[in-house]
Design a protein around this ligand. Structure first.
Ligand code: HMG
Length: 433
């Protein structure tokens, strides 16, 4: 740990802020105890330059594992899904449910148009009160005209202006205008923020008020994707649990998530295991996607599970509906080599296509988690995959990781210290003669 004084001396000031990434890394090497592994593990020059181009005060990069889940059969096409995640069992779970549904028709998806909203808050300085709503709405065409030059290319792509709404917040004596724009393949933050700022002067002129702030809303309730599947209950048959019984338990578990907020949060976290991992692999804005998802889950005032399951005869149905503001262009999406490859692997979908794939991934993640929860429990599958990590921590590298993982599983080794001790003996037993 640094003392406050040392921290200030080392990390603040122009030398640290404005120097090249290598200068910052040298400072860290000299001043930050325990930095050896970090500096050693991330020395790729291209990645260091990329990090420097992407964020401020870059000192390196964080290599999150990237795996492929699947194949998933989505709308009749097979996909391998790139998922960037630090959590074991997410990819296995998505592959598991993907395989299950692929054998029974796969997953069907749909998505609305990618309409985003921006809010402009105007303080009522002219004493108009709620009557200002009509004044602003009556100027809709002038506001649209003001925005048209910046929306032209979006209009040419089939997106652009989708209208506006005005409201009045009595408690703050403030008007708020919501602009709606179809952003096609972009996430839309830049366009929406620029549009909101462009109409600031006009709104101030119309109302005699003063704009407090102008910014997009991450709520994204108009940018919805859906996924659904149907499975014969007998496909859920496992040793020790009947297919119908499992299906009924899944339905009940999902119903509980609709009614109990504490459970809903965890249920939805499971859905986001896949969606956030896809978002990260495609260099999308994970925070925006998560914020929209959780707001949607709470849209009636209580946090509820985002998915629904029900039985019709001997068929289990599952569906998921949520905002998924995925982008395939802009931001870091088409800048980072990993996201470019991830999108190519998905056959370069448009933004709606990517959000449909994300909905399918979220639903599969949820199906696998619920099935495991109501059958053998989550820890069994989780711990067996955790064994690989334990094997690495114990010292195994390369081919030893897989071989020593078998030992950990067979002997039910759970702790790092036990794994390390056993690894030393195992290495001796397997030392070349
Ligand atoms: P299993 O039945 O032991 O797996 O389940 P299996 O070895 O019989 O294999 C079945 C299939 O699973 C395989 O088919 C693969 O598709 C897949 P096959 O290829 O053999 O024909 N699979 C794998 N794919 C890739 N790599 C692997 C792998 N292993 C199996 N290594 C499994 C094991 C992990 C799938 C199961 O236990 C499971 O689905 N568990 C759920 C795990 C999960 O959701 N993890 C997320 C972390 S927990 C969490 O954060 C969310 C949660 O809290 C959400 C909630 O509460 O709702 C649970």
């Amino acid at each position: 740990m640094f003392s406050r004084g040392t921290m200030k001396k080392v990390f603040s000031g122009k030398k640290f802020r404005l120097g090249p990434v290598h200068q910052r890394r040298s400072i860290i090497e000299a001043e930050s105890p325990g930095s050896e592994d970090f500096l050693h593990s991330g020395r790729d020059e291209e990645m260091l330059s990329l990090s420097e181009a992407m964020v401020e005060q870059a000192v390196g990069y964080m290599a999150v594992p990237l795996g492929l889940a699947g194949p998933l059969l989505i709308d009749g096409r097979q996909y391998m899904i790139p998922l960037a995640t630090e959590e074991p069992s997410v990819i296995a779970a998505c592959s598991f449910a993907g395989g299950l549904t692929a054998r029974h028709g796969g997953i069907s998806t749909s998505a609305s148009d990618p309409v985003m909203a921006a809010q402009i808050f105007i303080e009522d300085k002219g004493g108009l009160g709620s009557a200002g709503i009509e004044i602003i709405q009556a100027a809709q065409e002038s506001i649209k005209d003001k925005l048209m030059p910046m929306l032209l290319s979006m209009e040419n792509r089939g997106g652009g202006w989708r209208g506006m709404e005005t409201d009045w917040m009595e408690s703050e004596r403030i008007f708020f205008v919501t602009l709606k724009i179809d952003v096609r393949d972009a996430m839309g933050a830049n366009l929406l923020n620029s549009a909101a700022e462009r109409v600031r002067p006009l709104l101030e002129q119309l109302t005699g008020g003063q704009v407090l702030m102008a910014i997009l809303s991450n709520r994204c309730e108009n940018r919805i994707a859906r996924a659904a599947f149907s499975l014969p209950v007998k496909s859920l048959l496992r040793p020790g649990s009947g297919g119908r019984e499992t299906a009924e338990r899944i339905v009940k578990a999902a119903r509980i998530a609709r009614k109990n907020s504490d459970r809903a949060v965890t249920h939805n976290k499971g859905i986001m295991n896949g969606i956030s991992a896809l978002a990260l692999a495609a260099c999308n804005d994970t925070r925006a996607i998560e914020a929209a998802a959780h707001a949607y889950a709470c849209r009636d005032g209580q946090c509820r599970g985002l998915s629904e399951y029900w039985l019709e005869g001997n068929v289990l149905h599952g569906s998921l509906e949520m905002p998924l503001p995925f982008a395939v262009t802009g931001g870091a999406v088409d800048f980072h080599p990993t996201s470019r490859w991830a999108l190519a692997l998905l056959d370069n979908p448009d933004a709606r296509g990517l959000s449909r794939i994300a909905a399918a991934v979220g639903l599969m993640q949820n199906l696998a988690a619920l099935r495991a929860l109501v059958c053998e429990g989550i820890q069994e599958g989780h711990l067996s995959l955790h064994a690989r990590r334990l094997s690495f921590s114990a010292g195994a590298r390369g081919e030893d990781i897989g071989a020593y993982t078998q030992v950990i599983r067979r002997e039910a080794i759970r702790s790092r210290s036990a794994a390390m001790n056993r690894f030393k003996r195992w290495k001796k037993e397997h030392a070349p003669l």
